[in-house]
Design a protein around this ligand. Structure first.
Ligand SMILES: CC(C)(COP(=O)(O)OP(=O)(O)OC[C@H]1O[C@@H](n2cnc3c(N)ncnc32)[C@H](O)[C@@H]1OP(=O)(O)O)[C@@H](O)C(=O)NCCC(=O)NCCS
Length: 225
């Protein structure tokens, strides 16, 4: 409980510093009380990828795959980055089988993205209920975060490459994920992977009640921008 409160405070401070008070208030209301957000839903075949196609303009890069609280503790001991503090539900995510793929720059964690290869993991990563056929080799990703001081350097792209490479090693064939319609940075950062947008979805939550609706893009009458 204390750990969750500390994670929320860390995240709130970061939003305040990078996006301002209005955004912090808006996000707090969405987190605790009421959220109505539209998403684009994407799918991406997990092909063999070439690392050289995804280089950020940064220092020495490394990838750390973290699968458990124990490995999160090892990461914290080696570079001071506390995954369980940064992500409110990290312990539940590991418990559900979710995996954090972390990119380090000169030994410091700069980007984190979570992946799941089963429904329990997906539910632990995200409150959204995107349909994913895990039994057919599909995987889910969410919870992508580039630390503010590293943003705008292509790390979302590189981190996605690292996640795809990890999932390929696990035998997965397709990746599914959702990006909020108004999250331009995430949509742009992921565009170079050339994913297919197959649907739009609306997430509505009031306190503990929530609803998730997917509409195939052809039925929405909108053109994907
Ligand atoms: C979304 C997020 C992960 C992007 O990380 P990043 O490492 O800065 O992303 P990249 O540098 O790989 O790419 C970002 C792209 O968006 C653009 N961009 C950056 N900030 C932007 C903004 N506020 N508005 C519009 N575009 C923006 C960049 O120019 C870049 O475009 P380009 O590839 O055409 O040059 C990061 O902003 C973040 O952690 N946000 C908070 C958490 C979040 O929204 N997660 C959702 C992940 S799906």
């Amino acid at each position: 409980m204390m750990r969750k409160a500390r994670s929320l405070v860390t995240r709130a401070r970061e939003v305040l510093a990078t996006e301002g008070l209005a955004s912090l208030l808006k996000r707090s209301i969405a987190y605790f009380i009421f959220d109505l957000t539209d998403y684009y839903l994407y799918e991406l075949p997990i092909r063999e990828l070439t690392e050289a196609d995804y280089p950020p303009n940064l220092g020495h890069l490394d990838v750390r795959v973290v699968r458990s609280n124990q490995e999160a503790e090892e990461l914290r001991a080696s570079c001071g980055f506390d995954l369980c503090r940064r992500f409110v539900n990290a312990e539940t995510m590991f418990h559900g089988g979710a995996v954090a793929v972390c990119v380090t720059v000169d030994g410091n964690v700069a980007h984190v993205g979570w992946v799941a290869t089963n429904e329990e993991g997906e539910r632990a990563i995200s409150p959204l209920r995107q349909r994913v056929e895990f039994s057919r080799g599909e995987a889910f990703t969410g919870g992508g975060l580039t630390l503010p001081q590293y943003r705008g350097n292509g790390l979302l792209r590189y981190g996605s490459f690292a996640r795809l490479r990890y999932l390929r090693s696990q035998g997965c064939t397709t990746l599914r994920y959702a990006v909020a319609v108004n999250n331009e940075a995430a949509r742009k950062g992921l565009a170079s992977l050339a994913p297919t947008v197959y649907a739009k979805a609306r997430y509505l939550r009031v306190l503990w009640w929530s609803r998730w609706r997917e509409t195939p893009l052809a039925q929405t009458g909108i053109d994907y921008p």
